[in-house]
Ligand binder design. Structure first.
Ligand SMILES: [Zn+2]
Ligand SMILES: [Zn+2]
Ligand SMILES: [Zn+2]
Length: 282
């Protein structure tokens, strides 16, 4: 599998628009790996994971959404799912695009799509194309799905209480397995139990690293130490071994590290730092 990170920033991206902190100023001056847009990734050019800052990714990283018909959404915070970029920009589609969420995260899109379809059908709305070729699918946690040739298992994240039922995803194909874990704090008990019992070894793990190391101001995201704790836990369960590539992503200025500083800090811990445009082959 080839995993391309398009957006590796936390909610506001880096630099934050109005911020003058050292990390944001460094990003403005150096661009490159220190610019971080909001969350989006694509596997093998066909399976999307999250859908934010899609226009920027189209402009700057050669993203071509016309090739991508299936998109897993972790949850509907705007830095993971920018709904306006599908609802009002669906013109020109020739076949449906499928979005997959928990029911709580996907209900809003399903409702908007339905309303638009009805408006076109009744003739109340005529501009911006004739049809909304968007399909929404609600996934149940711990169920196993076949989506676009991949095996997908959603697990409950620790994020935003129970309001959104945010998911982390196990994604498998051709004997390779990924754990995609943004946004989440330390894994919930039921998710840990699943990982312990499932017997899956991951070739790649991508973890949420939003917070400054040692300053865990919310339980719904992680810092380097909590990421390390989750890696060690998964090592104990047999999900992770020395060949597993561990990436940190969903990185904001709160981390108080430039890309190179963070990469140098976590390399001895066996972890790598994602950046916008990074492609990983496993
Ligand atoms: Zn986020
Ligand atoms: Zn800043
Ligand atoms: Zn979130």
């Amino acid at each position: 599998m080839k995993i391309k990170y398009y957006g590796t920033g936390a909610g506001a991206g880096v630099p934050e628009i109005f911020c003058s902190c050292r990390v944001c100023e460094y990003a403005r001056a150096h661009k490159g790996k220190d610019y971080r847009t909001r969350s989006q990734a694509v596997i093998d050019g066909v399976l999307g994971v999250d859908y934010s800052d899609v226009f920027q990714h189209t402009l700057h990283y050669g993203l071509d959404m016309r090739d991508i018909k299936h998109v897993l959404i972790t949850h509907n915070h705007y830095d993971h799912f920018m709904s306006a970029d599908i609802i009002s920009r669906a013109v020109g589609m020739t076949e449906p695009i499928h979005f997959y969420f928990s029911e709580k995260s996907g209900a809003g899109l399903a409702k908007s799509v339905q309303a638009r379809k009805e408006a076109f059908a009744s003739g109340a709305r005529k501009c911006n194309g004739n049809e909304v070729l968007v399909e929404t699918h609600f996934l149940e946690k711990k169920e196993v799905y076949e989506i676009a040739g991949y095996t997908v298992i959603p697990l409950l994240a620790r994020h935003n209480g129970d309001k959104l039922d945010a998911y982390i995803y196990i994604i498998q194909k051709d004997g390779k397995s990924i754990l995609w874990a943004h946004d989440t704090g330390k894994f919930r008990t039921e998710t840990k139990e699943y990982l312990k019992e499932c017997g899956i070894r991951f070739d790649m793990v991508s973890l949420d690293c939003t917070l400054k190391r040692g300053d865990q101001i919310t339980s719904g995201h992680m810092d380097v130490d909590w990421c390390l704790e989750m890696v060690e836990l998964m090592r104990e369960y047999g999900n992770v071994d020395d060949k597993t590539r561990i990436f940190l992503s969903h990185i904001g200025h709160l981390v108080e590290r430039t890309h190179d500083e963070l990469a140098a800090e976590v390399a001895p811990l066996g972890m790598e730092v994602a950046y916008d445009g990074l492609e990983v082959e496993i």
